[in-house]
Design a protein around this ligand. Sequence first.
Ligand SMILES: Nc1ncnc2c1ncn2[C@@H]1O[C@H](COP(=O)(O)OP(=O)(O)O)[C@@H](O)[C@H]1O
Ligand SMILES: [Mg+2]
Length: 236
Amino acid sequence: MLKIENLHVSYGEATALSDVSITLGEGELVCIIGPNGAGKTTMVNAIARLLPVRAGKIIIDGRDATNLTPQQLCDFGVAIIPEGRRLFTSMSVEENLDIGCYRPGARANRAQSLARVYDMFPVLSERRRQMASTLSGGQQQMVAIARALMAQPKLLLIDEPSLGLAPVIIKQVFETISAINAQGVSILLIEQNATKALAISQRAYVLDCGAMIAEGTPAELRGRSEINAAYFGHGH
Ligand SMILES: Nc1ncnc2c1ncn2[C@@H]1O[C@H](COP(=O)(O)OP(=O)(O)O)[C@@H](O)[C@H]1O
Ligand SMILES: [Mg+2]
């Protein structure tokens, strides 16, 4: 589904990612964990074609996606739920959802997609005419998830969905991500909350200082004492 080979990304002279490679099979839920500043958002934005790639390859469904525009990537079946949600806060819930299906292919299935996301998030259906700014943080994250689903993605890139949310809401968000994966959507989940992310992931990568320092199943990573101490210790 997704293959990243030797990715290098930099901001001017500053290298943010060096020699990063990952694979994500069809239907998999894979997470990338790592501390603040590790390069997680850089990675997801490079895959989403929002940042230039200095070297390396991004392959989606066997096709080279390294030089696509974000719009072309959307037509490849890739959608992003960005860090910080990035809603249009002075627009209604439904107007935000409409932005998710602005490409012709997804637009044709608008009614079906709306029914799907309103079924998943009944509260958004009740509040469809309300301005996004009036929603709680958790509801805003639901809108961000729903907006991405409106594009009918095969691959979903999710950046720090737990950011700024209360524990009970985080639990619901992770359950939702699991449920979307169970519907057949491949997911790359980026998270600082390693324990929560690993609990729903089939495999994980650990990113630190722009380099991939470990990978494995959740059980394998928990079994490695240095990884366990650094990422799943107190406070994680
Ligand atoms: N727009 C930018 N310009 C310059 N440096 C940036 C920019 N965005 C991020 N960085 C730097 O790149 C590194 C990785 O950041 P980021 O990808 O946001 O990490 P994470 O998402 O893991 O917290 C950090 O050192 C950060 O300061
Ligand atoms: Mg980030």
